[in-house]
Design a protein around this ligand. Sequence first.
Ligand SMILES: Cc1cc2nc3c(=O)[nH]c(=O)nc-3n(C[C@H](O)[C@H](O)[C@H](O)COP(=O)(O)OP(=O)(O)OC[C@H]3O[C@@H](n4cnc5c(N)ncnc54)[C@H](O)[C@@H]3O)c2cc1C
Length: 444
Amino acid sequence: MIDTIVIGAGIAGITAARLLRQAGQNVVILEARDRIGGRMWTDRDAGFPVDRGASWIHGLIGNPLTPLVESLKIRTLEFTVGAYQAGGRPISNFDANNEPLDTRRTDAWLEDASMADELLADAIAASAPGTNYAHAVERAVAAFDADAARKRQVHDFLHHRTEEQCGAESSEVDAHGLDEDIIEGDEVVFPDGYDALPRMLAEGLDIRLGRVVKTVERTTAGVRVRTESESFDAAHVVVTVPLGVLKAGDIDFDPPLPETITAAIGRIGMGVFNKIFLRFPERFWADGVYAIRQLGSPSHPWHSWYDVSAISGEPMLLTFAGGAWGREIESMDDEDIVDSVVTSLRRMYGNAVPSPVAHWITRWGADEFSRGSYSYIAVGASHNDHDAIAEPVADVLHFAGEATYGAEPATVHGALLSGHRAAERILGRTVPLKTLPGTQHAPR
Ligand SMILES: Cc1cc2nc3c(=O)[nH]c(=O)nc-3n(C[C@H](O)[C@H](O)[C@H](O)COP(=O)(O)OP(=O)(O)OC[C@H]3O[C@@H](n4cnc5c(N)ncnc54)[C@H](O)[C@@H]3O)c2cc1C
């Protein structure tokens, strides 16, 4: 007899399964893909790791991933530019005329960006629920006492933030949508690939790959979960499929989910945020910079490039396409996307930019087992909606996953904490998270 079925072998599902198994439960994970990790996906085809999904721990202080990664001895590399910072680490900025900013102008830009952030915080605090982030940005820019060029720079910079942080346009995001988005401490990336974490936590678990769950049916004894060709009975189920999959109605729930859950699924947005890695034959940007940033009107559609050469050992830049542009590139050919990125880089660096020798492009919106990149607080939604999805149904059906964790949605650590919460609810007692890397217990 299975105690708990977990649907989805991303970090939320693996965390829940591992904690339940360590508590002596018989747990089976059903995963649609032919790999584990979900949105933690390290591509090693080129002989070095390329993280197509998550890359960063966003803020080491107070983050449950920090002690976990340390105890598992997973190598990390400091890279504190993962949360769309204007400064803090060296960045090569270019103005609207594609001229590089010297030290004096960089300092002036950083002061402008910091002032704009203060004005934006005031505008957000004064924003009624149900108003959008774009409106708050416009109010902040109007209050910013500067000439038209400086206003335009802060305007575009602030608007791009929701594309990266939410995978959505600022007009789609609630004014309070980034209130919880606070980074404490440095950020790090994974020189050996972020998927080391789900892989290590998954060791010894009963994971059935290639199992696309179609229905979740509550029965008198608990739950019956069906794929196209199999059926599994258990006392509990933890559903960790991404919000995009829930929104699309790809899994049929019988009886239907309570209105409190379906309404919350409807209100929260699923953003699209794609990555484009370009490997160059040689480096054309300055040594020692973490990122390259285009400011002002030429910052559409490409604005930020991150130097990820230290991970691959090759000259490599990573740029992002989020929101409407992120959706649009998914129907473009790879060559057109690469040409478009290179054209933007050549505006700044001229012919010093060689043609890339390799590229990696994600299309998370079209991915049928994700249907988007991560959740965001759409206009009219709130962080309570995330937690509402996770309210247990009849003590049998539990949801977990990044979109169900209101305090830290859209992150790896939020997903992990949601899996921990589901495990504790099923066990009916607290389980210290620090036991997670502990020894596996044999099933009963
Ligand atoms: C491009 C990108 C960059 C990101 N960058 C960062 C970052 O730097 N730092 C950070 O903290 N977070 C980042 N995130 C977010 C982070 O990756 C996610 O929040 C986290 O990995 C989600 O974990 P999860 O377990 O909730 O969901 P998932 O990892 O998506 O796991 C859900 C699993 O359910 C499976 N599934 C779906 N449908 C079915 C079905 N019908 N039957 C069975 N299985 C099914 C899926 O295949 C998947 O394996 C990024 C995400 C993306 C896409």
